[in-house]
Write a protein of this length. Structure first.
Lengths: 123, 123
């Protein structure tokens, strides 16, 4: 059931595809939302900086709710499926340099499945 | 520069993560947009059907513009990075069964980089 590339698959269209949750919920919702934590302007900052960086073909997309609201704002980078929480432009600068340019990981911001919430049961 | 998993990376949070472009542009824009080709109700259909299917932990997200508007409506499935164009609920049923359930590919709907538009130059 897990995803993965198969022999004969087309080459990837982007080297990396970053999805930044910009979902906004009504004020006071118990889960909160990424937009109330400034994900929209921070996504714009990330997109602009990535456009200037030596990172290969990377697209920075806005996305709907990624369902890890409590840890937000969150973003996920594919194909590696690495999730980050971030708060500031400096956090994003570090993700660009360490992850997108150097191919490393920003351990202090990276999320693991154990950070929650529990993923939905396998359908 | 290309993305990929590294030793020590956390387990993936979702088995597969589907991003469906629901971007809407002003009427008459030369590139068109996925929303004018019914991507919003079709995304809702896909999400509901995936929730009932035996596909593992799959999330169906809305996304902003995926920048392949001329081929739209489009969706992309990660981690494998496979892109599809689709028009109908029947197309989505085939993607669920063949790709998400069986791990195959729906060749008649799958996009390759050569289908365009040319990806942005490497930054």
């Amino acid at each position: 059931m897990t995803g993965g590339r198969s022999a004969g698959d087309p080459q990837p269209y982007f080297d990396r595809h970053v999805f930044v949750c910009t979902n906004r919920r009504a004020e006071g919702h118990p889960r909160g939302c990424c937009a109330e934590k400034k994900s929209e302007p921070l996504r714009a900052y990330l997109k602009a900086r990535v456009g200037e960086a030596e990172v290969g073909r990377v697209r920075v997309n806005a996305s709907g709710c990624l369902d890890r609201c409590e840890l937000g704002p969150v973003l996920v980078i594919y194909p590696e499926g690495i999730w980050y929480t971030y708060r500031t432009a400096e956090d994003l600068d570090e993700i660009i340099q360490t992850h997108l340019v150097e191919g490393g990981r920003v351990a202090r911001l990276m999320l693991s499945p154990e950070d929650g919430p529990k993923p939905p049961p396998a359908g």
